[in-house]
Structure formats: C-alpha cells, structure tokens
Design a protein around this ligand. Structure first.
Ligand code: SF4
Length: 467
C-alpha cells in the first residue's frame, strides 16, 4: 500500500472508529471521553497533538482527568525515572478501569520501543489494551479500532520506521503556535542516550511537504512555529530535493503570516556558519538557541561520543554572540557520567562560568539499557552526583539571573500565550529569546504579539507592563 492508500485506509478507520464511539457513548449514556498524557520532549508533545486529533475526529470528548474512557500515555524513556513514573501511574489506571469496564488504556512512545518494557507490561499489567511505538504512531486509528469494536488487546511495534502519514487530524495545544516535525530519529549515538534505539535512524521530510504544512498553519492563524528534530543540523540527508537546514529555516521564515520561527535541537558538532548567517539574516528567527554541551571535559566528551571539544564549543559560542549579540543560549548538562572526576566536573563549571547561559537543563546521569555508557566502569554514588548537581545548578542560576538582569527596563515584543496559572489577573507571554514574562492584560490578547516593558527580572522570568 502506498502512503496515499494508507492515508485513505486510516481515514476509513477513523470513520469506523466514530461509529464504535457512538455505540459506546450510547451504552454509557454519556459522551465517550479521552485523556492523552504526554511525557518527555517537544517531539512527544507534537505526537500527542496527533493522537488527540484522531480521538476528537472519532467523536470523543477531551478531559484533563486520567479517569477517562480512553486514557493514552505517550511515554518517554530518556531516563530510568521516566519509566518508573509510568509503571507507578498504571496502578491508578487499573483502579479506574475496575470501576469503568468500558475504559481503554493505551501506551505508546519511546518507552514502548524497549522489548523488556513490553515483556513487563504483558506479564504485570495485562489490563493495558493497546501498545504501540514511535515508528507506527500514525497507525493509531487502525490499531485502536479493534480495541473499541472487539475489545481486542493489540500490540504492534516496529523496530524501524516504514515511512509516515503526516496529514491526519491534529489538535494543536495552541491555536497561534505549533511544532513542525522536519525529521525523525538520530544517527549520533551519544554513548549515554537511548533515543537512537527508540526513535530509529535519521529520516528527513521533503522540504516542500514541510513548507506546505507551514503555509497551511499560517493560513490557520499560527504565528509561531518550532521546527523539530533530534538534531536539526543534519536535516536534509536523503531528501529528493536537496535542502540544508539553514536553507529550510530561511524558507520557513519567508512564509507569510509566520512571525516567529524557533527550532530544536541543534548538535554543536555540526552547527554551521551558514546556520548562524541564516539566523542573523532573518529577524523572524527567534533569538534563542538550545545548544546541549553535556560536559566541559574533553575526556568525557570523547567517552560520550559527542564529537566536539570544550574549545570548539566555546569558539562556536563566540561566533554566535559575535554575529547575533542578543542571542540567548540554553544548554543540557549531565553530572555523574561514569568515571567523572572532580577535575572533569570543574571543566563543566568552567564552561558554565565562561558562557553564562540564559538557562540550562541539568541532569544526573541515568544508565539506559543497550547504551555503551551503561557498561562503563566508575559509577558515581548518588551522594556525589547530588553534590555536583547542586553546585552546578547554583552556578547556572547565578548566570541566568545575570543575563536576565541585562534586559530590565527594556521594551520587547512578547507573544501572549496564556492567562498566568498562579495569578489570573496576569497574562503570560514569551520573548523571542524564549524567556517568560508576566504582565497585566486582557485574555483577548492571547495569540497576539504585544510590546511589554520588562520591569523586574525574577531569574528565569520577568514581571512587566504592556506599553
Ligand atoms: S544527538 Fe545524542 S543526545 Fe541527542 S538524541 Fe541523538 S544520540 Fe541522543
């Protein structure tokens, strides 16, 4: 079956699914509800929007509560505690299902790509109805149908991607901004990372297909897009019409109606001068770059299979700031990689001191099955990891506060995203450099770009006033 035939078949499954939902709602005497829970990264958040789109097209009603008729966990497995969180929460779903025999429980995402996990689920969680992975996520309508119609237990996992149907129904979390997948998978095999084993080999979408999607989003009122890939810098390998990531970024920024373009994630080993130029030359490309360092120690960067050195990372930062002076830099940092000495760790602290990141996501090393680092000697104790984690976080916070302070008193463009969760009299918006701002304003402004004076920096966010 080619992709067009597959798409038609999936739409037929949605129609059949809608009939089943109608029957089940009648049986229940109320609309059939669903809840999709997203664990992990922006790629997963985008995938969850696709799952919601299918369930809404089948006539289900969304609810925030996991005590729903259909509960879908879109899982992450980047660290062990992500797996434990899912196992822990399945116990609660079991109780909901004992109360509601019509309930269907589905699990998908990266964690399901681990054979051992699926074995455990089958043995210890037999009440789970549907298990599928990252490569066949788009087949959700076809996999869910027999579960709804015949109460079947369905498991379908592919160890590699077999193409993908992109334009199925989707329910965006925000009407004014959207993620856009430009590629899937990763070929970098950083020694601590499980992503290449659960998301497969890199495959880039055709540039025309991506630009068509962006134009449709702009027509639909989207102002901000986030180009998504595990390593966007290697975009373009294997596409029919040759296109590099800097070229794609420049084209995306030209789409009428799109006011802001973000992208994630860039690997330092192949961030090119062309990309720096493309960012510098397009004011629509947001002034924020997430550039994972992981460690400042050349010895560990080699063991991590990262393919750059401390000096190369620092010179990249220098070139970026020279060409785009107002760029905000954020990063990922791992403490406690096997064998990490105090000297190695002080190299990481040194880079953080010299770069002064706008923010950093800091993690304690978590051994992942099948990854080379899992077999490395020299595991550190929880205590040592905790101590280094706290010292690193304190330094990151200090730097972030210093960076944020620089913009105090300035007036900046802000995309209004929501009503503030803690204080309903305030709105929350985002600067081009990805920092949040809270300020007074009418909810009708949500989705608009407004000017806000940044009155007070609070470390990782600002308090401001609309001007
Ligand atoms: S670049 Fe490295 S850390 Fe990032 S997803 Fe790929 S293997 Fe994992």
């Amino acid at each position: 079956m080619n992709m067009h035939e597959e798409k038609d078949a999936l739409y037929r499954c949605i129609e059949e699914g809608a009939k089943e939902i109608k029957r089940l709602s009648a049986q229940k005497g109320e609309p059939f509800t669903f809840c999709v829970v997203t664990f992990g990264c922006q790629m997963n958040a985008r995938d969850s929007e696709k799952l919601k789109g299918v369930l809404l097209s089948m006539g289900c009603v969304e609810t925030e509560s996991e005590d729903a008729d259909i509960c879908v966990y879109n899982t992450c497995t980047v660290r062990e505690n992500a797996n434990n969180k899912v196992y822990g929460r399945l116990g609660l779903l079991k109780k909901y299902k004992e109360k509601n025999p019509l309930m269907k429980i589905a699990l998908c995402g990266c964690m399901m790509q681990e054979e051992e996990v699926v074995r455990t689920l089958k043995e210890s969680y037999p009440f789970v109805d549907l298990i599928f992975g990252t490569h066949n996520l788009y087949r959700f309508p076809a996999l869910l149908l027999p579960v709804l119609r015949d109460d079947e237990k369905v498991t379908e996992l592919w160890d590699k991607a077999e193409g993908s149907v992109e334009d199925l129904p989707i329910r965006r979390t925000y009407s004014f901004k959207s993620g856009v997948n430009i590629m899937f998978g990763c070929n970098n095999f950083c020694s601590y990372c499980i992503v290449p084993y659960v998301r497969g080999r890199e495959r880039s979408r055709e540039p025309e297909e991506i630009l068509t999607e962006i134009k449709a989003l702009a027509k639909d009122g989207v102002k901000e897009i986030m180009l998504l890939g595990q390593n966007v810098n290697s975009y373009g390998r294997g596409v029919k019409s040759a296109c590099t990531f800097p070229e794609l970024l420049s084209e995306a920024a030209k789409v009428e109606g799109i006011e802001r373009v973000r992208f994630m994630t860039s690997h330092p080993k192949d961030l090119s001068d062309e990309l720096i130029e493309a960012m510098a030359n397009s004011p629509k490309v947001c002034r924020h770059l997430h550039l994972p360092l992981q460690s400042g120690s050349d010895r560990l960067l080699e063991l991590m299979n990262r393919h750059y050195t401390k000096a190369q990372y620092l010179s990249l930062v220098e070139r970026l700031r020279e060409r785009i002076p107002d760029i905000a830099l954020t990063t990922d940092l791992i403490v406690g990689f096997p064998g990490e000495t105090e000297e190695d760790f002080s190299e990481t602290l040194d880079v953080v001191k010299r770069v002064v990141f706008d923010n950093a996501f800091t993690f304690q090393y978590s051994p992942r099955r099948k990854t080379p680092a899992e077999k490395l000697p020299g595991r550190l104790s929880e205590e040592v990891m905790r101590d280094r984690f706290d010292r690193l976080l304190a330094l990151v916070k200090e730097g972030a506060a210093a960076q944020a302070k620089k913009k105090e008193g300035q007036t900046e463009e802000v995309l209004v995203e929501s009503i503030n969760r803690q204080d309903e009299t305030l709105l929350t918006g985002r600067l081009s450099n990805n920092t949040l701002v809270h300020f007074k304003g009418e909810p009708a402004l949500i989705g608009q770009v407004v000017s806000v004076r940044l009155d007070k920096s609070m470390g990782f966010y600002y308090l401001g006033e609309m001007v």
